[in-house]
Design a protein around this ligand. Structure first.
Ligand code: TRP
Length: 334
């Protein structure tokens, strides 16, 4: 039997280049070797967007299109919608007994998000508890592997703790999942800041047009100390070269090496490198755009894919919940 993967994204916005190198690339690679489940985490998205259900609903379609257009193959991977799997909510309730509030408050990703969203004094219980629900997502299909971006590592760690506790108390039901992160676990934004993020407005989207990409690249932050084209520049931490390294094909390596040398010597202008990067990014995005077009023009097909995938996961979830209830001695009428 193939080992399983479960991973997913909150449908709160279109996916960007950071998602690609952080986890989508791994998902595309691993879908041949693993039985892969990719979840549209609408329930989790609602934990901090419960006032905007329309936004979450719209992004279900957007993110599904992003998946399909980067090359997630619906014949190999199962894409499904979290809210339609009642077993996940049920399992979350059981897991809540196994986690302390203090442990959740220590989760570094949750901590950062609470601060970023200014929720210190009005923290919804659902938001604080989303790592518990995420443990249910991962384990409902008995996942072995979880391809995610770096910010998700604390969630996988918490899931492992919950699994160990569950198995110890009630008997071995779940495997302990492991995280896999991409070659670029966290991509800088076009403004040079820590992380590419749609909400920070520093992202290049997988669905951006060629001219949008060009415009964004031309506005990119580079080396702030470089006042003129002949000022020696720095490569380290410079998003221009980080993106070139991440998205250029093998055949361009030599040319990129030369550009780096020239840049360090102050012998090439930012504009020239930016034009080159625009071309590289657009060549990377072109096949993605073509696939997107095919699915965008066939929304019925996308709906079918989500419906089939959700049905398949529903069956698996039901089976897992049978085992869970038996282990927990709440299987009264079977
Ligand atoms: N927390 C993830 C994010 O913000 C989304 C997610 C929900 C997820 N459930 C998951 C990722 C289970 C991996 C596994 O992008």
């Amino acid at each position: 039997m193939k080992k399983r993967i479960l991973t997913g994204d909150r449908p709160t916005g279109k996916l960007h280049l950071g998602h690609y190198v952080g986890s989508l690339k791994n998902r595309i690679k691993l879908q041949d070797e693993y039985e892969q489940f990719i979840m549209l985490a609408d329930v989790q998205a609602l934990t901090d967007n419960f006032e905007n259900p329309e936004k979450v609903r719209q992004n279900i379609f957007n993110v599904a299109l992003d998946y399909l257009s980067v090359g997630i193959d619906p014949k190999k991977s199962t894409i499904f919608i979290q809210s339609q799997i009642p077993g996940i909510a049920e399992l979350t309730v059981f897991y809540m007994n196994l986690v302390t509030v203090a442990r959740l408050e220590r989760n570094p990703t949750v901590k950062t998000e609470i601060k970023q969203k200014g929720m210190e004094d009005s923290l919804p219980l659902g938001f604080l508890a989303y790592p518990v629900s995420q443990a249910a997502d991962i384990t409902i299909v008995k996942s072995n592997l979880v391809p995610v971006g770096e910010d998700q590592l604390p969630m996988i760690e918490q899931t492992r703790e919950i699994v160990r506790k569950f198995n110890f108390l009630y008997g071995d039901v779940f495997p302990e999942p492991e995280a896999v992160i991409g070659d670029v676990p966290r991509l800088v934004g076009i403004d040079g800041s820590y992380k590419m993020s749609k909400s920070l407005g520093n992202a290049i989207l997988l669905s951006d047009s060629a001219s949008e990409v060009e415009k964004k690249v031309m506005s990119m932050y580079t080396d702030p100390n470089r006042i003129k084209a002949n000022t020696p520049g720095s490569i380290e931490g410079n998003p221009l070269f980080i993106y070139l390294d991440a998205f250029a094909p093998e055949a361009e390596r030599e040319k990129i090496g030369k550009y780096k040398d020239l840049y360090r010597l102050g012998q090439v202008g930012d504009i020239e490198v930016k034009k080159y990067l625009s071309r590289i990014l657009n060549e990377f995005l072109d096949p993605i755009r073509n696939r997107r077009l095919k699915y965008e023009n066939n929304p019925k097909l996308v709906e079918e894919i989500l419906k089939d995938g959700t049905k398949r996961v529903g069956d698996i979830a039901q089976k897992t919940m049978g085992e869970v209830k038996k282990a927990m001695k709440i299987d009264y009428f079977t």
